[in-house]
Design a protein around this ligand. Structure first.
Ligand code: 13P
Ligand code: SF4
Length: 300
């Protein structure tokens, strides 16, 4: 009997499909993926694919972004219930209400948002380019949705006021400053890499604030050999594989798990390819309004 991995590879070939995976996916899902990356790397990849079928191993907004960028391709998500609680914290209606309070302000939306919210926004960003994206708007007043942590990180970096929305990532907020302090005491020589979705007390303890893709590049380029990693646990698979001589210590191995990212299993990837399910589509009127917001980011 063929292994599940062999069956996936066979069907992938048969359908001319490509498997994309986010850095937080289960180890075995990352292992069968053709490309693993952070949100920006996956968006760029999705915009330039030659394959017609994409199995997107990540959460729903990521597959939706791929569907907006490549409306003629078949974008599949192995579990349509893999959502992002932070993305669900702002609706288009709520965003319109904030816009009405700040007429003329430019809206920067984190890619962790729905297509409807992107359609109401001026430009999108990810954690790796949020500072550059906001900088590109010059002195314009900025509304940043939905992540209050990434938004305040940008405001601190640029030393300017930004209208923040009160969204957050439950997984990153579960990583506490006391966790990082305890790990720093245990491994005093380690570099602390934290994701900007972490709360301010955690961010203030970090040596480097980086997206998941930037963490991978930073760890490879660094001469240091020990790292405390304050983000979702899935990232450690890549960090350890790509840096066999280096040590990576999760800031909190019990709490930093995103249950939605973990909904994608190998069995569901196989099911997805067997039935060409679940197809992610965006209504054309919303996609037409949202695409500019994503493309403006990709041009930066
Ligand atoms: P990045 O991989 O872009 O850093 O994003 C982190 C995240 O939380 C995605 O949901
Ligand atoms: Fe959303 Fe946080 Fe999970 Fe990323 S890690 S998908 S931001 S809940």
């Amino acid at each position: 009997m063929k292994t599940i991995e062999e069956q996936i590879l066979e069907l992938k070939k048969q359908h001319g499909a490509v498997i994309l995976a986010h850095n937080y996916q289960l180890d075995e899902v990352q292992a069968i993926a053709d490309f693993t990356g952070d949100s920006l790397e996956l968006s760029r990849k999705a915009a330039n694919l030659s394959e017609d079928v994409v199995v997107f191993c990540g959460v729903h907004f990521m597959a939706e972004t791929a569907a907006i960028l490549s409306p003629d391709k078949t974008i599949l998500i192995p579990d349509p219930n893999a959502g992002c609680p932070m993305a669900d914290m702002v609706t288009a209606e709520q965003l319109r209400a904030v816009k009405a309070e700040h007429p003329g302000a430019k809206v920067v939306c984190y890619v962790n948002s729905s297509a409807e919210v992107k359609a109401e926004s001026d430009i999108c960003c990810t954690s790796s380019n949020a500072v550059k994206v906001c900088e590109s708007l010059g002195n314009e007043q900025i509304i940043f949705v939905p992540d209050r942590n990434l938004g305040s990180f940008v405001a601190e970096k640029l030393n300017r006021k930004i209208v923040l929305y009160n969204g957050f990532c439950p997984t990153h907020e579960r990583i506490r400053d006391v966790d990082v302090i305890a790990m720093k005491q245990k491994y005093p020589g380690a570099v602390v890499m934290a994701h900007p979705e972490c709360s301010k007390p955690v961010r203030d303890l970090a040596d480097e604030l980086l997206s998941t893709g930037q963490m991978c590049h930073y760890a490879q380029a660094s001469e240091k050999t020990e790292f405390i990693v304050a983000t979702e646990l899935g990232i450690n698979y890549r960090l350890r594989n790509e840096n066999p001589g280096k040590k990576f210590y999760p800031a909190n191995p019990d709490r930093a798990v995103c249950p939605n990212m973990k909904k994608i299993t190998l069995e569901k990837v196989l099911w997805s390819l067997q039935g060409m399910k679940e197809r992610v589509t965006v209504p054309p009127d919303i996609a037409e309004r949202a695409v500019g917001c994503i493309q403006r980011m990709l041009e930066i």
